[in-house]
Design a protein around this ligand. Structure first.
Ligand SMILES: [Zn+2]
Length: 184
């Protein structure tokens, strides 16, 4: 028996018969590398049995559901905050992109604001749809997705991106036209 065979035995120690176990014990007395390997194996298997295989404690499901609800609530608050932030930031961006014509823009601010908000609601609808489709797939695991689906997703994302770019250009055209009419 050489050292490598004993190493293999250490990985499957639970399946060894009595004779093999005795031989392994003998080898362990003389081989420090195998002793260390076995110690590591024990620590790893202890890690698995002590964490994932513990049976759920009473009320675990309820606590888990509560935590999920709490997390969803937090996410909703965060989502609303981000949405408002994006709307405000984009409004500033749209206004500053036509900075020279600020006075006339100020007159049309309510319309510009309304238009931007409408556009953003459209965008968010798109994003929301996409994430709703993607979320379960991500949860299942990217490894399980056949390669063909990556193309489908790529095309889907391109569509959303084009919709975004189209909305941005439309907003800018709207502002330009409005301020041009004002100055003429
Ligand atoms: Zn050894």
């Amino acid at each position: 028996m050489n050292h490598q065979s004993f190493e293999r035995w250490i990985y499957q120690e639970a399946n060894l018969d009595k004779d093999q176990t005795n031989k392994l014990e003998e080898h362990l007395k003389t081989c420090q590398a195998c002793r260390e390997l076995r110690q590591n194996m024990k620590e790893v298997s202890h890690l698995f049995t002590s964490s994932s295989l513990l049976s759920p404690q009473p009320g675990f499901t309820e606590r888990w559901k509560d935590r999920l609800k709490e997390r969803e609530k937090k996410q909703r608050v965060k989502f609303t905050g981000i949405t408002l932030g994006i709307i405000i930031a984009s409004t500033f961006l749209l206004i500053s992109s036509v900075g020279g014509q600020l006075p006339s823009i100020m007159d049309s601010l309510p319309q510009v604001l309304f238009h931007s908000v409408t556009q953003f609601v459209n965008w968010l609808f798109f994003i929301n749809q996409v994430t709703r489709i993607l979320e379960p797939i991500i949860q299942v695991g990217i490894k399980l997705i056949p390669p063909a689906w990556y193309f489908v997703f790529a095309i889907g994302f391109s569509g959303v991106l084009i919709a975004w770019l189209f909305s941005i250009s439309e907003s800018l055209v709207f502002i330009r036209r409005y301020s041009d009419e004002k100055t003429q």
